[in-house]
Each structure stands twice: as C-alpha cells, then as structure tokens.
Design a protein around this ligand. Structure first.
Ligand code: FAD
Length: 421
C-alpha cells in the first residue's frame, strides 16, 4: 500500500463521512473539515433547518455502506429503518369519499427504507471518531484551495456563537475529497484549475416540511398502531401542479413535504394570517387536515423554511491526482427519485473500487508513483461516473411528473395492470 497519505475530506454530511470511513480503512491519515458544528452537539442548528428530516434509503446506498468495512455501521443503520413497500395514493372519489390506493414497488415485496437523516449521519461520525487515523475539524469552512501545490485554506470559528470572530489556517494534503454539498466550495475552486463544464438549474418548485404526529395512545387498546396512516408506504397526495408526500419515522410520526410552484408559495405567503392554507389543503390534498390540525398546518408553513430545488451537472469530477468531488457537490439532483444521497454514497464505493484496482496494479511495480496512479484512477472515475450521474439527474426530474400526475392516469393504471398480469 505504500506510505500513508494525507486525505482531506471537505464536508461531514453522509457522503463525506462515508468517504472518510473508506479512506481511513485503507490506512491513510484522514482529516475531515466541516463548516458547521458537530451535529451530535445538542446546541447545533438541527439539520432539518435546511434538509429534510428523513429520506428514502435504497439498495444503492445500502450496498455502499455494506462495503465500508464496518459491519456495525450497516447493523446500526438498518436497525432504525422502516420498509416502505410501495406508494399509497390518497384522493377523493366523485361521491366525496376519501380513498387510499396502495401501489407496490415490487412484485417480490422488496422495499425502500425510510431512514432518519440525522441519525444516519451520527452513526457514521460515531464510527469515525473511534478510528485513530481520523481527525475532525468542525467550524472550519473551506475558503480557498491550490490544487497544483495541494494546499487549502479554512476560516475557523473557535466560538460558533461569535460569528464575526474568525481566523484563517492553512492545511496541506495529498488528496482532497470534496463532499461539501450543492454549493460546493471545492467544485468552485476546482473550476479554476480544470476546464469544467457546469450546468445548474433551479426548477420552478419550492418545498416546505410539515409533520403528522404519532397517534395519541388510548388507554383501552394497547395493540393500536402508533402510526395514523400505514407506516409501510411512501404516501402521496398527487396534484397536477403540486404534490404532498409523507415518509414514516420510527417514533410514529411522518415527515411531510409540500412541493409546489414558486408562484403558489408566493400566493400562500401573501396571506399573512394563513387562513387560506387549510382550505387549500382540503381542496388539493383530501384528508390531510384530518391528520394535521389546521392550526399546525398554518404554523408549520409560517415557521419552516420555503426552499428551492437545484439540479447540477458538471464534468470532470476530478483534477489531476489531487481532488475529486462526490455527492451533491458533483451532481445535486431534485429529490423525486429519492436517489440524491443514495447516488452520493454509491460514488464513494465506485471511487474506492477504482482506487483499489489501481493500487493493486502498483503493487506489481516497485517504482510506482502513488500520485500518478491516483491521477489515472480519478480520470477513470470521471469517465465511468459522469454519464451515470447525468442519467440519474434526468430520471429524478422525470419522476416529478410521474409522482404528481402519472400515478393517477388511466395509461399508468393499464400499464401497471399489464405488468402485474
Ligand atoms: P450534504 O448533505 O449537503 O453535506 C455537505 C456538508 O458539507 C454539510 O455538512 C455542509 O455543512 C458542509 N459544507 C458545505 N460547505 C462547506 C465548506 N465550504 N467547508 C466545509 N464544509 C462545508 N436523497 C435520497 O437518497 N433519498 C431521499 O429520499 C431524499 N430526499 C430528499 C428530500 C429533499 C426535500 C431534499 C432537498 C433532498 C433529498 N435527498 C434525498 C437528497 C439528499 O438530501 C442529498 O443528496 C444528500 O444530503 C447529499 O449528501 P452530501 O453529503 O453530498 O451533501
């Protein structure tokens, strides 16, 4: 394997943490720099301030964690998931009755898993913390990088409460892994060194989160489910222009998201009393006001941020032997395929598979230069991964139409009927 190298990971989100784990398992010295405080610290702004609380974990992401070389990671993560075997479509019949229709994802009963994003991230940080060759640097924001001389600069906040008081430090590295999200600073600085094609699109959809609370337990029925609706489905209230979804959490609650055009958000925001919000839900998402009290719908809409959705494609994902971008930094996508994080975790597995393959080839040659070998590996990674990243971005955009409208169309129903016949 040669002398340990210094690997600097930017971003301690799910993708950066998994990448750090893969690198540390290979015996290198790993430093993780994260803009925010440690998310396990109760005083840290909760992740759900800017990110959805729970998400869908699929085989793509599970497989990447399975290959991290830490059996307890997969045990811990899987232990806290809820299988979602299909979609549950909610609507109202012509006679006014509410209905639910289950659409299974798979004839063999295979499921995607609902997982708490914060807990998944915490598990990764806990495991990294136990590794002697990993060092964390929280409250360190990457502000500059020189990828020819392998130096990086960080703005450090020693006391996060004192936002104005910062100092700058310099760090050297052999290899930088940029997993610093959609607004990646690594990608921004990498663009100065390589002819990167870059495309960014904000779709005309905003999102905001709501909560369905667990059922209030009644003293006479101990078998009663804590979930108000089926826990084993991803619930969808489709609308032509917008959609409301709900994903289960293991405490019995559901995290719900309203996806709607910016103009509709503006219209609802202009009503400062919020009284138009419950009737809007009654008209478009039948039954929701029976699950979330109208006063809570109004409060959540006013309290929780209204956030945009970005889709990013770029190429290459690397520079020479010194840097790579992974996860949202390389391919932020709209969430309608439930694959953003899953694809980011898969990036890590594919990157290290390719790096390992090149290291094995080096072992055969005594004069091997590790940085030259990494340059070949990174070029191969870009060649393999970019077409897949672009494809999944496109599929995610297409699935918005599928989720909010096609699930109801007669053609969809006929197709499903023929598939299952
Ligand atoms: P991030 O999670 O964005 O982490 C980046 C980290 O880098 C952060 O901790 C940040 O603080 C840090 N950072 C940023 N800048 C700097 C800097 N300059 N210096 C140091 N650190 C920095 N994906 C799924 O797979 N399934 C789903 O069901 C799903 N649902 C979603 C629902 C919604 C509404 C949204 C918006 C997204 C959803 N996603 C889903 C996508 C998923 O959230 C992202 O793909 C995933 O979080 C990307 O992980 P990441 O580690 O690449 O980036």
């Amino acid at each position: 394997m040669g002398k340990p190298q210094k690997i600097v990971v930017i971003g301690a989100g799910p993708v950066g943490s998994l990448a750090a784990l893969y690198a540390a398992n290979r015996g290198d010295n790993v430093e993780i720099y994260e803009l925010r405080s440690d998310l396990r610290d109760p005083s840290t702004t909760p992740l759900n301030f800017t990110k959805s609380i729970n998400l869908a974990l699929s085989e793509r992401g599970i497989n990447a964690m399975r290959h991290a070389g830490q059996p307890k990671l997969i045990e811990h993560v899987m232990g806290a998931t809820i299988p979602m075997r299909g979609r549950m479509i909610h609507g109202r019949r012509a006679n006014g009755d509410l209905y639910e229709e289950s659409q299974e994802y798979d004839v063999h009963g295979r499921a995607i898993l609902a997982v708490d994003r914060g807990r998944l991230n915490e598990r990764l940080l806990d495991i990294l913390e136990e590794m002697p060759n990993v060092t964390f640097f929280f409250n360190h924001k990457l502000t500059g990088a020189d990828f020819r001389n392998n130096k990086a600069w960080f703005e450090v906040r020693d006391d996060p409460a004192k936002k104005q008081e910062t100092r700058e430090i310099e760090a050297r590295f052999d290899f930088m892994i940029g997993a610093d999200g959609a607004h990646s600073a690594v990608r921004y600085h990498m663009m100065k060194y390589t002819r990167m094609d870059y495309q960014q699109v904000y779709i005309d959809t905003m999102w905001c989160e709501f909560q369905i609370q667990p059922r209030t337990p009644s003293s006479d029925d101990i078998t009663e489910s804590k979930f108000l609706i089926s826990p084993n489905h991803l619930h969808i209230w489709p609308g032509k222009e917008f959609m409301f979804i709900a994903i289960p959490s293991d405490d019995g609650s559901f995290t719900c998201t309203l996806f709607a055009p910016a103009s509709l958000y503006e219209e609802l925001e202009s009503d400062t009393t919020g009284v138009s919000i419950p009737p809007f839900f009654d008209k478009h998402f039948p039954g929701v006001t029976e699950l979330i009290p109208p006063s809570e719908l109004i409060a959540s809409f006013r309290r929780n941020p209204h956030l945009p959705l970005i889709s990013i494609k770029c190429k290459p994902h690397h520079f020479g032997s010194s840097a790579i971008i992974l996860g949202d930094a390389a391919h932020a996508m709209v969430p309608f395929y439930g694959q953003g994080m899953n694809a980011g975790l898969e990036d890590v597995r594919i990157l290290f598979d390719i790096l390992d393959k090149h290291s094995r080839m080096d072992e055969l040659s005594p004069d091997a230069d590790r940085s030259a070998s990494r340059a070949h590996a990174l070029a191969e990674y870009t060649a393999v991964r970019v077409p897949d990243a672009h494809a999944i971005n496109d599929l995610a955009l297409q699935n918005y139409v599928e989720m909010r409208a096609s699930v109801l169309s007669p053609v969809y129903r006929l197709r499903k009927f023929l598939e299952e016949a």
